[in-house]
Design a protein around this ligand. Sequence first.
Ligand code: ZN
Length: 363
Amino acid sequence: MSFAFAGPSRLADYGWDAALENDFTSHRAAGLIPARVAAVDRGLCDVVTEDGPMRAGTGPVASCDDPAAAPCTGDWAALRRGGPDGRPVVAALLPRRTAIVRSSASRDSRGQVLAANVDTVAVTVSLAARLDLGRVERLLALAFESGARPLVVLTKADEASGAVTDAEAEVASASPGVDVVSCSATLGDGVDVVRAVLAGTVVLVGPSGAGKSTLGNALLGTQALATGAVREQDGKGRHTTVRRELLPLPGGGVLIDTPGLRGVGLFDASEGLREVFADIEDLAAGCRFGDCAHRTEPGCAVLAAIEDGTLPPRRLASYRKLQRENDWIAARGDARLRAERNDRWKALTRWQRQMYKERGRDR
Ligand code: ZN
């Protein structure tokens, strides 16, 4: 499999447009070239440029201690040619329109940006397995929080145990206002419907077994996701293995497929949770007490809705569970920030003390 990158219009296949070109004006004037980050790995990143794919140093933007400031898949970068080792270097990143963030697996509780400038987050759910609506709600919260447009794709419709329309209705009850579509990527049924609701830069999220790779390949019309890395020529004609984490879709749009997106959790997604549970938020506005916890309070509109069957009890339980989880992660993040602030303050006092000592010596 080979990819020929040719012509200056190539970057448009990766989402480059007039608005971005406008944002890039000052960088152009400084002699920098635009690039989209495809993958990042230990201080180097694979980027696509108007001149084809390149390997670039992550440069000064990655050396500050905030992991969220480092380049990530989907970022638009301003590249300076000919860095210290001959490689181009990322000199700046364009402001991110959206970002999918997760808490890192380590004790470091700061958020890690998994993908930037995503327009559509498709939550994939297998109809071949038992529906886990709580997981759908969790992923939708993350999607809303990122700023991208969420939607739900029910996969493996050909393996559904019951009626697909029933499953669609059940999932729709857990995702008010979000499009729910179903397909069988293996048979090719409904893939055109999925393609029609996807826009711009797209990511597929969901547990393993949800059929993300099969759906991704059906959308791409290739087996690119199954084959993994392919060899391409870099800007200097050398062969380099470029991981395909940023894949143009035929007919427009880009698919981001990064391994990190496969097991995402929540990260301070309080805004996203409010969006996913907008029905409960709306009901809560009608509770008698402003600080109603919807447990035993008189005049509680949420409990009344459960009583009369308009709100499934599962949904309130799921909301509470995800909020607890989110509060815990947010608190952990706060503790980390406090510790960092203390460290910075200590360093500053040390520096001041040193300065005073040296001044005293001068006198
Ligand atoms: Zn209430």
